[in-house]
Design a protein around this ligand. Sequence first.
Ligand code: DOR
Ligand code: ZN
Length: 356
Amino acid sequence: MASTSSITIPSPADFHVHLREGAMSEVVTPHVRVGGIDVAYVMPNLTPPIITTAHALSYQAHLQSLSPKTTFLMTLYLHPSITPAEIQKAAAAGIRGVKSYPRGVTTNSDGGIENYEDYYEVFGAMEKSGLVLNLHGEVPSDAERGICVLNAEETFLQHLFKIHKAFPKLRIVLEHATTAAAVEAVKKCGPTVACSITPHHLSLIVDDWAGQPFNFCKPVAKYPSDRKALQDVVASGHPQFFLGSDSAPHPSLSKTTSSPCHGCAAGIYTSPILLPLLANLLESFGALDKLAGFASLNGRKFYGLETEGLKGVEVRRVAEKDGGDLVKRYGFGKEGGEVVTFWEGKKLGWEVVRNE
Ligand code: DOR
Ligand code: ZN
């Protein structure tokens, strides 16, 4: 059978991306579009985090000025200062969701959550006004209780069930799921709960990040059986599962200059190669026909975005025999900063074609 040479995706959307600030942001924000994506659901873990509607809107305007053709959907950072009134204000201003980071588990999460019940009033207001709860689904490591990065996600799932039970109509996304247990948990919850999946978790297992800082992210990639469960649910086309790249750029020095008391920054950068990377990965496990659902329609439906009459973005097999360009790194700022892209030095075999 001839292999597919081109797929057109209706207005692709990445439902979890970090776009940073300053010189880094100037470089990475336009890369969303370079990677074939039209809609970016933007994470709020800036320094300081985005905890007001006004901050979210000014950040949105800034991103828009850096990439005028991209649609930026904004989120707030769940924080003790957020009130039900702020939720109403955010909803009225077009903000789409609130991201919850457990305290201390990842980049800029020092202001994160310790007890979900403290936020039930806020969750109630979100349920009423249609804002989505985006959960970073890990509990903090705690050696005394036997919790470490390998079981932090599975241990978190009890919180997902509890919040869903208390707020059955609240739309919840379990972000960047990495385990077979998470896939089953999301399926069990039904249609108000969904799950974003990153390309790197479709690709990596523990061995790939142990000793390789550019493959290190939170939550960490897990066992081969977990990766297989993620691939299988994408291959099944299940509507509760969609793309959230968690593309998270860091200066390469903060990935490589770790020391005994200063760890490696967590985050994998995929924005500039996103659709070609996905085409490559989905083809590798026989799911290329699910690319449009995964990278556009499933997430769009869950978030209540348009699914009809959308302009397509084509991802095309590279014509050259040698598979085309190598994935490269990018410079930023005036001091020689660099951000290293996932799969640097490899060839993807696919490229984005925008017919406009
Ligand atoms: O690896 C990660 N990087 N996981 C997160 O949750 C945050 C992100 C970041 O902002 O760098
Ligand atoms: Zn993230």
